[in-house]
Design a protein. Structure first.
Length: 368
């Protein structure tokens, strides 16, 4: 392993630059998107902004620490970390212990502070898969010996997340995990069969929960129920449309005045597009593309299979989450509760993702 030999080259500069750029845009947009709601609910327009700055500081400290810890050390914590996350996912489902927010019992905490175990499961699953698959690459051609044990663990985690329910986080975990499984050499025929099974499972999930069916109908035609299931999609488009090329100006959004729900979290890109226009939205997307490109370059360049799979999984978390969030905002996907990485308000997500970036930066030190 390149890192284990003692060579310590510099971490990838472009990953650091893209991360800091996205984070800076996020902090500014959290204030702009949340000021109205924060003043209405707490009498302090800077309420969410100050908390996001605190989360960012913790996250950057975690990123720096992870950047300077040999990524191979995560191997021995892969199984214990996964078991801790499974325990948290079980604990959050206990009435009186798990906290319900936004219709989902997905939080552990007291008062306004809490953690979201499903967010930590995303990274724990990637670390576990990277270790497991790096040690069993030759078995990946076999469905029974190679793929089935992985799918059992992945399915158990997804099932617990769906009991909350949190389809968005579950979809990101599945998407990132399949990227790692593909990188490890799984057969395309097996993955195609899994995709068909996944579509059948998605149909069953939609049929089992009426609100999901309503979201699909609202996605196809939000104007059928403009004050109900289609409300969020319509208000998001009302924000994106008027932004035009250059936007209305920073802080000048109209939709954040109690029209668009969750303007500082799930729909922060709507506010960004309204205030900064196509140029601002394109700049943010380019920064994400830069992050994904340099991350995938790291995954391809590192000689160690564990490091390669781990880097690919971390990059996939960002890529899948960005695609889903922006797809929802511009009406290409049904509405689901998922944040924009490093941009949306939230402590658990921000800290976890910056820690993951730190691990990626450490892996980049071993890239050829």
């Amino acid at each position: 392993m390149a890192q284990a030999t003692g060579s310590r080259s510099q971490p990838d500069f472009w990953i650091i630059a893209a991360t800091l750029g996205i984070l800076a845009i996020g902090v500014v947009m959290v204030y702009s998107a949340s000021a109205v709601a924060a003043f209405r609910d707490y009498g302090d327009a800077f309420y969410y902004f100050k908390r996001q700055l605190l989360f960012a500081a913790f996250g950057l400290a975690a990123m720096y620490a992870a950047m300077n810890v040999d990524y191979t050390r995560w191997k021995k914590w892969a199984v214990p970390g996964l078991l801790v996350c499974f325990a948290q996912l079980c604990l959050v489902l206990v009435p009186g212990v798990g906290v319900v927010r936004g219709g989902a019992r997905s939080w552990l905490g007291i008062g306004s502070f809490g953690i979201q175990p499903s967010e930590f499961m995303k990274l724990a699953m990637i670390v576990f898969l990277a270790r497991y698959l790096s040690e069993r690459q030759r078995e990946m051609a076999s469905f029974i010996r190679g793929l089935l044990p992985v799918l059992a663990v992945l399915g158990a985690a997804f099932g617990l997340i769906m009991l909350q329910p949190d389809l968005g986080t579950g979809a990101v975990m599945i998407g990132a995990s399949l990227m790692v499984i593909y990188a490890a050499g799984a057969r395309l025929a097996h993955l195609a069969a899994l995709a068909l099974a996944g579509l059948a499972g998605l149909a069953a999930l939609i049929a089992a929960a009426p609100y999901r069916l309503q979201r699909i109908i609202a996605f196809l035609d939000p104007w059928q129920d403009p004050q109900g299931a289609g409300y969020q999609a319509i208000q998001s488009l009302y924000a994106v449309g008027p932004g035009g090329l250059l936007g209305l100006g920073l802080g000048m959004s109209r939709q954040k005045y109690s029209y668009l729900p969750e303007p500082q979290t799930d729909f922060i890109f709507s506010i960004l597009a309204e205030e900064l226009g196509f140029v601002g939205g394109a700049l943010l997307i380019l920064l994400f593309l830069l992050l994904v490109w340099r991350g995938m370059r790291t995954a391809i360049s590192v000689a160690d299979p564990f490091g390669s799979f781990l880097a690919a999984g971390i990059v996939a978390i960002f890529a899948v989450q960005v695609l889903i969030n922006i797809g929802v905002v511009i009406g290409l996907l049904p509405v689901t509760g998922i944040t924009l990485p490093l941009v949306s308000y939230g402590g658990s997500s921000l800290t976890l993702l910056l820690t993951a970036i730190g691990i990626l930066l450490n892996i980049s030190r071993s890239a050829r």
